[in-house]
Design a protein around this ligand. Structure first.
Ligand code: NAI
Length: 479
């Protein structure tokens, strides 16, 4: 069962269960610190949800579908490029995505070898504070390997939440996993949930030609985002053709042959209506995946949402058993899991490890993208924190004009007295890359004036960030 073990015995300083971004990043850091490490993964390839069926394949399809939409809908024509006969080769698009995934998951395998981390392919069960058993399947006897571990890191991630009346069948009622590998472009894709997955994968299929209807329980899409930004994204996606039914709860989904009927109920008028679709994507959130891990064998607690309970050092009740990422509370984001994995490795290896949860960025990779860090205006109002806001649109920015994408704006929120940055929100082109500047500034306790006085190369999209920072002090230049 063990794949070419880097170690000849099965005694480790750290055994990590789950080889997603949190697990593999954490185990590499632990190996760098001189710890003898193993990682257990139940899936055939390393990389977890993010690399195999999440962040990476979705970004591959988002890029490809964006090119298709640009070629088809006239953006190229505006650049003076005449293209005709644009056709979709869906199998080729899917193969490209699969190759990217294969390259990256293979890369993780290489990194494990390079860092002398022993990889076990199988199901990890914690059998005692210092023992983990690897078996072929959960709860299965048979071929088993027993590992002893001075420390254990639970990095088992999350799985999609099911709706009791919309159980995914993998064919017509699908989760994000199947939505990344559909064999055809849906005629009508109904997406249940206007969150991150719904908007990203809805965008992919809309760009490829599907009619997409998003049914969202809340009165707005992109729940949790700064409302002004969420509204802008809503407007722009609507302009692109995505349809939204807000404040509505899906109450029933019936699949029959190639058709699916979705029943939803308006939250205010209580009126029941139906939608006919050929595919329904259930994207109503994810839950921590901590099933059949053997937590009861050692008394590790879970909360009412199945998340492993940890202290500020990411330790469970058993001091040498740690948990990170989607398996614990907090935003379900790969980079949050990575930082927690590193923090645990450093805590074990050096006695210190820390994650600054105030600067975790979040991104929705639609076009334009929505990226943010820190507090939204709504959160600041709720907390009674006095702030000053500065906003600036992409429309007058030279680089955005050259790019041909001028929707959106940047909003900078700073403390009213100290000017310390409290939040930065972007809807715009390449917002995902632009947000890093704000993250670094906030990590250093920076102010809006720090952002405003820093060089920003001209012409770049990042100048919009600078103008928004200047606008906090009512000093924006171009408008
Ligand atoms: P989500 O929590 O972002 O959105 C789910 C949405 O479904 C919510 O807006 C909720 O109000 C709505 N909903 C729930 N029940 C409903 C019902 N019966 N009818 C209509 N609407 C309903 O969850 P999502 O999009 O499934 O993503 C799961 C997790 O994966 C999130 O935590 C997200 O952060 C993460 N993720 C992050 C990505 C990124 O960073 N770009 C990409 C994809 C996923």
């Amino acid at each position: 069962m063990a794949e070419a073990p880097a170690s000849t015995d099965n005694n480790f300083d750290l055994v990590v269960i789950g080889a997603g971004p949190g697990g593999y990043t954490g185990v590499i850091r632990a190996a760098q610190l001189g710890l003898k490490c193993a990682i257990i993964e139940k899936d055939k390839t390393l990389g977890g949800t993010c690399l195999n069926v999440g962040c990476i394949p979705s970004k591959a399809l988002l890029e490809s579908s964006e090119h298709f939409a640009m070629a088809r809908h006239g953006d190229f024509a505006a650049h003076g490029l005449k293209v005709s006969g644009v056709e979709l080769d869906l199998p080729a698009m899917m193969s490209r995505k699969d190759k990217i995934v294969k390259d990256l998951t293979g890369g993780i395998q290489f990194l494990m070898k390079k860092n002398k981390v022993t990889v076990f392919n199988g199901w990890g069960t914690i059998t005692g504070p210092n023992t983990v058993v690897v078996s072929s399947e959960a709860g299965k006897q048979g071929l088993q390997t027993q590992l002893t571990a001075k420390n254990i890191m639970i990095a088992t991630g999350s799985v999609p939440i099911d709706l009791p009346f919309a159980k995914p069948d993998g064919k017509r009622v699908i989760t994000s996993t199947e939505a990344l590998a559909l064999p055809e472009v849906p005629k009508h894709l109904v997406v249940i949930g206007g969150g991150v997955i719904g908007l990203e994968l809805g965008s992919v299929w809309m760009r490829l030609g599907a009619k997409v209807t998003v049914v969202e329980y809340a009165p707005m899409i992109a729940g949790g985002a700064d409302q002004q930004m969420a509204k802008t994204l809503h407007r722009v996606l609507g302009k692109q053709g995505m349809e939204f039914i807000l404040s509505a709860s899906v109450t029933d989904v019936k699949a029959s042959g190639k058709n699916v009927t979705v029943t939803y109920e308006g939250r205010e008028d209580k009126k029941k209506q139906t939608l006919d679709a050929d595919y329904v994507l259930v994207a109503v959130g994810r839950r921590a995946f901590t099933d059949k891990l053997g937590l009861e064998n050692v008394g590790v607690e879970r909360d009412n949402r199945g998340r492993v309970v940890v202290d500020a050092h990411l330790r469970t009740k058993v001091p040498n058993i740690f948990a990170i990422g989607d398996a614990i509370a907090g935003p379900m984001l790969a980079h949050k899991a990575e930082e927690e994995g590193v923090a645990v490795a450093e805590f074990i290896g050096t006695g210190h490890g820390h994650v600054n949860y105030e600067t975790v960025p979040s991104v929705i990779y639609t076009w334009p993208e929505l990226a943010s860090v820190g507090y939204s205006e709504e959160q600041l109002k709720e907390k009674g924190i006095e702030y000053r806001a500065g906003s600036f649109p992409f429309a007058p920015n030279g680089r955005a004009k050259a790019l041909g994408t001028t929707d959106g704006s940047v909003k900078v929120l700073a403390d009213a007295k100290s000017d310390r940055l409290l939040g930065v929100h972007i809807v715009g082109p390449r917002a995902s890359d632009m947000i890093s500047e704000a993250v670094v500034a906030m990590e250093f306790g920076g102010s809006s004036e720090d952002l405003a006085r820093s060089f920003h190369a001209h012409p770049t999209l990042s100048e919009v960030m600078r103008e928004a920072a200047l606008a906090v002090d009512k000093r924006a230049r171009q408008s």
